[in-house]
Design a protein. Structure first.
Length: 281
């Protein structure tokens, strides 16, 4: 297994150039680039070609763009904006050699029937799959373990990608999101590990289902999630992708970026290496 860094972990105490330098120093294999803020900030003073050059001359590589947000159940204007944004992401991803674009379902107070959520998600993901195919880029759908997310359990998300039935459409498996809305272990046990494209490693404080927020995340192995059973199951079903550490902890944003990146690696490797062999430098 290879180790990846998700930039949410240093959202408020670093930038893309710094994250890349520190992740290279500490032996990460991959990075998930935040397209909502950190990439646009980088491009204010540098070019895509400069970024591509960095990846060409260093060990670390770009795993994913994170993220195309709120792709489903949009009005016409919102849908058109999603398609336009995705096309731009594909062009940028091609320049850098990005393997995945993470797609996040709609989070809203508005109520949608589950059948309508499924239909919209399948329709949009099928269109995105068609657009991504010529670029050889995959779409990784990330369900969000929050009551207001339209796709908030593993079982619901897996059903959607099964219905899409495209090789370039799979899932992000985030341990926090799996735990936060009480996703069922048996749904994971029945899944095909090859349809899980990215593993997000994290942990959380022990709040009840439905009350957890991203701020409650803690270093892997230091919270209430049964990471052992999740990792055992992922291994059994044949997951063989990267482990990407993703935290949103406000206290961690007060640390120096290097301490955050180093601790994220140490805690992730300690937990994951009990079940998967790392190939870090």
């Amino acid at each position: 297994m290879k180790l990846c860094f998700n930039q949410a972990t240093t959202l408020e105490n670093s930038n893309l150039a710094t994250d890349l330098a520190l992740c290279e120093k500490h032996g990460y294999d991959y990075i998930e680039i935040r397209t909502m803020d950190k990439l646009p900030e980088y491009l204010e003073t540098k070019s895509m070609e400069e970024l591509a050059g960095f990846f060409q001359s260093n060990h670390i590589k770009p795993l994913a763009f994170n993220a195309l947000v709120f792709f489903n159940n949009r009005d016409e204007e919102g849908y058109n904006a999603i398609i336009t944004e995705f096309k731009d992401m594909l062009e940028k991803a091609k320049i850098l050699g990005v393997q995945y674009i993470v797609a996040v379902p709609l989070v809203t107070e508005e109520k949608f029937l589950k059948a309508d959520i499924r239909k919209s998600s399948v329709d949009v993901l099928t269109e995105l799959s068609d657009l991504a195919a010529p670029y050889d880029i995959n779409i990784a759908v990330e369900f969000v373990g929050h009551p207001q997310c339209t796709v908030n359990t593993f079982g619901q998300a897996y059903d959607i990608i099964e219905a899409v039935n495209r090789d370039n459409v799979g899932l992000v498996f985030d341990c926090f999101h799996f735990h936060a809305m009480g996703s069922k272990l048996e749904d994971l046990q029945r899944a095909d590990g090859q349809k899980i494209f990215i593993l997000h490693m994290d942990d959380t404080e022990d709040f009840p289902i439905g009350f957890l927020t991203d701020d409650d995340r803690v270093w892997p192995g230091q919270g209430a999630i049964d990471l052992d059973i999740l990792l055992v199951t992922l291994k059994e079903i044949g997951y063989d992708g990267a482990a990407s550490v993703e935290l949103f902890r406000p206290e961690y944003y007060k640390l120096e970026a290097e301490e955050t990146i180093q601790t994220a690696k140490e805690t992730t490797v300690e937990v994951v290496s009990k079940y998967f062999a790392f190939q870090t430098v």
